[in-house]
Design a protein around this ligand. Structure first.
Ligand code: ZN
Ligand code: MN
Length: 492
């Protein structure tokens, strides 16, 4: 008997909060962090006698996602009431789309081992979000209806995902997609993207195939939680099947589980409800949604280059590594800025290096993106040119870049005022080399006596010269002087 083989099978449900200014069916502002219950009106509070009015922008945003996900767009769709009773949705139903979603039968290409993989999209529909129940006061639960009625796009994939890592990639790529399209900020901390993986495991054992019951893991709000929860479920379901071969679909109910981030486990919440439990029926307050050619053409006309395509184009055009290209396209404004810097004459390879090693670091310190730093492309281009021409070292570029965020001076002027113009004066360089040798006798000995370690030791010594010179030494010349000095030394 061989060892059983098993594969996880994952489908994802993703809720994306759309970046409309007002809510889906009323004029209240969509705003995060406002005073509780200050962004509400009779419609989103569910008072009797009120009528919903559809937000056209939310439909536009949904359509552009549907088009980008290669979906068939429904020319005719409608609104349905999904019954459920929670205080955070005071109408006692959610307005959603049941049998006629806005978009269906698409696919999304994600990077996979140097190539791409197609994950099929089952559907994408528009619905309203619920508010928030707040449990931080002992003895009572508070409710904040500010979020109630916020437009959500629910995207459902087919169960085509076969690992936790692939699910992670899917989610990050989808976040890029929606931010590129400008339809959502995709901010996880603000709950603007929430993930619900459906996971089960296919087990092949002695020619027999088993499928474990499906668990839906509710409301994950980070990529890491998605990966962790799927990984955990895969192991748990396989272990359950090993201890009881009756643990298969149909013989055990599917369930809903929650993710415990502290313990890194999923926990049983409840058995899974079926669609009939929700008592869906068409909302009599809303007319069906008709999308005509002109509307769809307008949306298609606004299509932008998508992140994956942009990454390949930039990598190819400028000879960038996949990693660097990936970092640059992660955010659309950063990718736009990168291209503007190239257009302004920046040498692509160096500009890419500075984006990844210099600007990104500065951006992270400020909680921003490179594109959000507000530095003019022309100034970034000139900084890269200074390094390319040997006027300043790569190390000096770090300090100049940091200063460029504070003052409007040109990189050339800053190089002068900060005393960072590269020193090519041999006498001065020799003094720095001497100092580096004196302070690092161990590296000098290694360079002389251990051929295998020599390149590393020489690199280290050059780094020390750069440090001692405050980044002003010409690294190429410094390297030459180090080698020369070593050659003149006695290995014993
Ligand atoms: Zn309202
Ligand atoms: Mn939903």
């Amino acid at each position: 008997m061989g060892k059983p083989t098993c594969t996880p099978l994952v489908g994802l449900e993703i809720h994306v909060q759309l970046a409309t200014r007002s809510k889906l069916f009323c004029g209240c502002a969509v705003e995060f962090g406002a005073t509780p219950n200050s962004r509400v009106c009779p419609v989103c509070m569910g008072l009797p006698g009120t009528l919903p009015v559809l937000n056209r922008q939310a439909v536009d945003f949904s359509l552009s996602v549907g088009v980008a996900l290669n979906c068939r767009i429904a020319r005719h769709s409608k609104w349905d009431r999904k019954s459920y009773y929670y205080p955070d949705l005071p109408k006692n139903y959610q307005i959603s789309q049941y049998d006629l979603p806005l978009a269906e039968s698409g696919f999304f290409e994600i990077p996979s081992n140097g190539s791409t993989r197609r994950i099929r999209i089952r559907r994408a529909h528009l619905e309203e979000d619920a508010g928030k129940n707040i449990h931080d006061t002992p003895g009572c639960t508070l409710v904040d209806l500010n979020r109630t009625g916020t437009p959500l796009l629910e995207i459902v994939t087919e169960p085509d995902i076969t690992s936790a890592e692939e699910a992670y990639t899917f989610c990050t790529e989808l976040q890029r997609l929606v931010t590129y399209l400008g339809v959502s900020e995709g901010n996880m901390k603000k709950g603007q993207m929430r993930f619900e993986p459906n996971v089960n495991v296919i087990i092949q054992d002695d020619g027999v195939e088993y499928r474990t019951p499906i668990s839906e893991i509710k409301n994950l709000n980070s990529f890491k939680a998605v990966r962790g929860a799927i990984d955990y479920e895969f192991r748990r379901q396989f272990a359950d099947w090993q201890s009881d071969h009756g643990f298969v679909i149909g013989q055990r109910p599917n369930d809903n589980r929650g993710w415990n981030d502290d313990r890194q486990v999923t926990e049983f919440q409840r058995g899974k409800e079926a669609a009939h439990d929700y008592r869906y029926f068409p909302d009599p307050d809303l007319v069906p949604l008709e999308i005509d050619d002109a509307w769809l053409d307008r949306i298609r006309g606004q299509a932008v280059e998508l992140p994956l395509a942009r990454r390949s184009r930039l990598a190819e055009a400028h000879d960038l590594s996949e990693e660097d290209a990936d970092t640059i396209v992660a955010d659309r404004t950063t990718a736009d800025l990168f291209e503007a810097v190239i257009d302004a004459g920046g040498p692509a390879e160096l500009v890419a290096k500075q984006f990844v090693n210099v600007w990104l670091k500065l951006a992270k310190e400020r909680g921003a993106t490179v594109g959000g730093l507000g530095v003019e492309p022309g100034r970034m281009a000139r900084l890269a040119m200074l390094v390319q021409g040997g006027t300043i070292s790569a190390t000096a570029a770090n300090r100049i870049a940091a200063r460029m965020l504070e003052v409007d001076d040109s990189p050339e002027d800053l190089a002068k005022t900060l005393g960072l113009l590269q020193v090519q004066d041999t006498a001065e360089l020799e003094r720095w080399v001497e100092e580096a040798f004196a302070a690092n006798s161990r590296a000098v000995t290694d360079a002389l006596t251990k051929p295998k370690k020599a390149p590393k030791s020489i690199g280290f010594l050059r780094g020390q010269v750069m440090r001692i010179s405050g980044g002003r030494a010409d690294p190429r010349l410094a390297g030459e002087l180090i080698e020369k000095r070593l050659q003149g030394m006695d290995p014993s």
